[in-house]
Design a protein around this ligand. Sequence first.
Ligand SMILES: [Zn+2]
Length: 138
Amino acid sequence: MASELAVKQYLALWLQVGKTISSLQGEVLALPSSIRQGKHYSLEFEQCWRVLLRHPHRYYLTGTDLTFEQLLSPAWELNPCPRCVMPVPIGHGPPAEHNLCPCADLCSWPNNELPQPRLPVDEAPLMQALRRRLETVG
Ligand SMILES: [Zn+2]
């Protein structure tokens, strides 16, 4: 099951590489202009996350078809994508077409020449754990 923390990181990382948030009602959610502020998430990002948590069934990462409510449900886990090492939702059981990384429609990503997306310093060990896990799998 993807924890709230893991889903928050998923959002923070994907926003940093140019993903946006869509809503089922077509409303536009203002994206934070920054994600991090030193050791912490920026206030704007925290605010954006709180809006999402209030109505997680309404919002999803643009280009994906899983709402935040689904990501927070026990049916999904976040694992590193084999192509770009970003967290990607993996469903328990079929349908397999859902196991698509949000990077699939980002032609600018992965890009090793760009600064890599980062989490606040306090969260960095979790990302390192993700990378280590990927290395042992690959
Ligand atoms: Zn990917």
